[in-house]
Every structure is written in C-alpha cells, then in structure tokens.
Design a protein around this ligand. Structure first.
Ligand SMILES: [Zn+2]
Length: 253
C-alpha cells in the first residue's frame, strides 16, 4: 500500500508503508503530518492514520509522542517546549489552564490603580496650569480693554502643551512598564501579567501597539474592554488584536 504525505501544503509520494516509518525516524514527517492513501476520504494525521498514541503539546499545539513528552498536571509538553515552559513556571507564570486568565473585574481594578497613579503624577502640572490660566484670565479681564481668556495666546499654548504632556505621560508609562515588566503598576499590584498567547514576553513594540489598541477598545462605551467578561480566555479587543492574554501570576509552584 502506498502513501502520500504533505510537506507544507505540497503532497509528496507515493512511498511504501515501510518508508513512512523510515521518514518518521528521520524526523522528516511527524505525528502531526497529514498523510493519505487511496481509499481515504481525507488527509489524516500520521497519528490518526496509523493509530499511534499522541498528545497535543500545550504550548506549540503540535502532536507529540507520549513517550517523549512530559506531563504537568493535565498538560502535556513536547520535548521542544518543556524547558521554556518550566522556565516560565519558575518566573511565576501560572501553569494551570483553568482560571489562569485575569477577568474583567480584576482588570478594571488594575486600570483604576493606574489611572490614580497617573493622576497623582499629573496633579502638580495640572495645578500649575490652572494657576497660570487663572492669573492670565485675571490680567486680561482687568486690562484697559477687557478680553475673554481664549484670546490669550499664552493660555492656548499652555493647554496645548499640557494636552501633549498627558498623552506622552500615559503612553510612556504604559510602554515602559509593560515592555520591561510585562505589567503596569496597577497590574503588578493585583498580580496580573500581560503575555503572548504562548505565555512568552511582550516586547516594547507590542506594548506600544497594545496601547493604541486599548484606545480602540475604549471607544463605543468601552465595549472592547467588556468583551473580556464574555471570552473563554478573557480576551479584550486589544488582546485579540495583539495576540496577548492577561494572566494571574502565582508566587511559586
Ligand atoms: Zn511543544
């Protein structure tokens, strides 16, 4: 009986059944490789077609032989992924699949903490701005020809500068902390961490992208945020867009 197998999307073959074993031992084909012979309705995985025991690796989602994988609780990990997985556990990332994602309310709490922190940093600048505007308005009103405040160039410039300052402050706060620590101070306080879907770290660039994606989530009554309450992996819109998840940190396994 002869078989065909897919390399990428390229059908290769035909090869004899004994050759399949040989290719498998060489690593050319794996348990997850799609194979087909005459008489089969669809391409099947090698594991399926030859009834070989296989487990799905939690990290890379590929099929692996049970003999060559390790179990961590209910999770299977293939040879290639196990080292990095246990590294992540040592860093305090939760390995459980159930309940690892931070839900809507705890994230709302983290958001609130961040907003308060940003407000406190902004406060002295905001007070200075208000004092200046008050003084300038008073000057204009008490001049020989009283004028309303919006005719003062100084006030318009001060508002403009303050606006740019607030934007840059929140952007750099977010990108710095998420890029460096994987969490804003609010998330750190509540033991949350932002990671990629495979639990790897978020880069500065991705943190920047996620900052703007959050802006999108905030439009239309925060609907992008509220989505997290209904998603199986608690993804908000910006998590979908940036391939991120918010997970709960655990101290040590
Ligand atoms: Zn794997």
């Amino acid at each position: 009986m002869t078989w065909y197998y897919l390399i990428g999307s390229q059908p290769t073959g035909p090869v004899e059944e004994t050759e399949i074993d040989h290719l498998f031992n060489l690593g050319t084909i794996t348990l997850g490789t799609r194979v087909w012979r005459q008489g089969l309705q669809t391409w099947k995985t090698l594991a399926d077609a030859f009834n070989r025991p296989a487990v799905t690796c939690f990290k890379c989602k590929r099929l692996a032989s049970p003999d060559l994988s390790v179990q961590y609780g209910s999770l299977s990990l293939c040879q290639d992924c196990k080292d990095i997985f246990f590294q992540q556990i040592r860093e305090g990332l939760s390995p459980e699949t159930t309940g690892i994602y931070g839900g809507f309310w705890i994230r709302a709490g983290a958001y609130l903490i961040d907003q308060i922190a940003l407000f406190l940093v902004r406060l002295p600048f905001e007070l200075a701005l208000r004092a200046y505007v008050f003084w300038e308005t008073f000057q204009l009103a008490s001049g020989s020809t009283p004028r309303p405040f919006w005719q003062s160039q100084g006030i318009l410039i001060a508002y403009g500068l303050y606006f740019v300052f607030v934007l840059l402050l929140s952007l750099s706060y977010y990108v710095f902390f998420v890029g460096r620590y994987g969490a804003t101070p609010g998330k750190m306080a509540l033991k949350l961490r932002i990671v990629r879907s495979d639990l790897s770290k978020v880069s500065y660039l991705r943190a920047l992208g996620r900052y703007f994606a959050q802006g999108l989530s905030g439009m239309l009554l925060y609907i992008g945020y509220i989505m997290a309450g209904f998603d199986s992996e608690k993804r908000a819109l910006h998590d979908y867009l940036c391939d991120t998840r918010v997970i709960k940190r655990q101290s040590t396994p």
